[in-house]
Design a protein around this ligand. Structure first.
Ligand code: CA
Ligand code: CA
Length: 321
């Protein structure tokens, strides 16, 4: 027996509806047989109330992509006769098919999607008025939310910069001098609800050291019995380093004595997009699990060839069992 669809908001808690209303007897008992949203719901055995399971939070943003883009959840509920033993396989009066349509609520804060964080930019002292300095982009995980941006200048930044917006991108332009901070606020609006996320763009007049996309460092795992010069990084976890000047960048892996590692080597790929270089990590010789250490705590140093400006970040290598 298929019951009419029920719409449920992702922020709903407690009792949602009852399947009892659709039936003609008070002598029935109900058990949840299956749900395509695992662990999300419970059914009261006597009342037939369908509730969000205790401690569970429905999540439209997590569920729908995992459910092939569908908001439809299928519950099957077995109806038993209360005068018969509940655990008897004979005791099935009918099986109810209940679809729950999960609806999106504007419950997620907007996010800035720029890959390098913190948001750093440079501008030259003699930059022409209204030359572009930086763009910060925002989006919102909620389906129908509209993101709008606004800005606040810290100190006298407004004397030197102007911010323009196109859709959810803030374009910052100089009009003159020094380290200045501009806060960009992304506000998502869906109906009456809205949330705000703030991001600070720090603009420095002059040069800036190179920036790694993972400021807190990289962790990679690799296996023993590798080939010589085997690449550890993959297309998914390549390292990225940005030059602000711009300049070419070379990388050195340093061991615990701050000497170039004899085992690991980091290489920048030849070309860059917008002064962002991809980099890969290689193992230079065959590593043996029984003979060699399993954890290597290293430092990755990036140096610009034109400016000799350097930055370092942590590099942890693990050989799992
Ligand atoms: Ca949502
Ligand atoms: Ca939102």
């Amino acid at each position: 027996m298929t019951l009419p669809d029920k719409a449920v908001q992702e922020t709903a808690t407690g009792v949602l509806f009852s399947v009892k209303d659709a039936l003609d007897s008070s002598n029935y008992r109900y058990t949840l047989n299956s749900s395509t949203y695992a662990n999300a719901f419970m059914v009261d055995i006597v009342s037939g109330d369908v509730s969000v399971a205790a401690g569970f939070t429905l999540d439209y943003e997590a569920f729908v992509p995992a459910n092939n883009g569908s908001e439809r959840i299928e519950l099957t509920i077995i109806v038993h006769d209360s005068f018969m033993a509940e655990d008897s396989s004979e005791n099935v009066v009918k099986t109810l098919l209940q679809h729950v349509i999960l609806s999106d609520v504007n419950d997620e804060s907007p996010v800035f999607i720029n890959e390098f964080y913190p948001y750093y930019a440079v501008v030259s002292l003699n930059a022409a008025a209204y030359s572009h300095v930086y763009s910060l982009s925002a989006s919102d995980p909620d389906r129908d939310a509209h993101v709008s941006l606004s800005h606040e200048f810290e100190g006298n930044a407004g004397d030197f910069f102007d911010v323009t917006f196109s859709n959810a991108v803030a374009h910052i332009k100089p009009t003159e001098d020094q380290v200045l901070r501009i806060t960009i606020k992304a506000t998502d609006t869906a109906g009456a609800s809205s949330q705000v996320t703030s991001g600070v763009v720090e603009v420095k007049v002059g040069t800036r050291r190179p920036q790694f996309n993972m400021e807190n460092g990289y962790t990679f795992k690799f296996q023993e019995d590798n080939v010589i010069n085997q690449k550890i990084t993959t297309s998914q976890n390549r390292m990225k380093v940005k030059s602000f000047q711009p300049s070419n960048i070379f990388l050195v892996v340093l061991d615990e004595f701050s000497q170039p590692s004899e085992l690991f080597e980091a290489r920048v790929s030849g070309s860059s997009v917008g002064c962002v270089f991809d980099a890969d990590l290689h193992v230079r010789r065959v590593v043996d699990f029984e003979r060699d250490p399993h954890i290597y705590s290293l430092t990755l140093r990036a140096t610009e060839s034109n400016t000799v400006l350097t930055s370092t970040t942590r590099l942890l290598q693990e050989m799992p069992t």
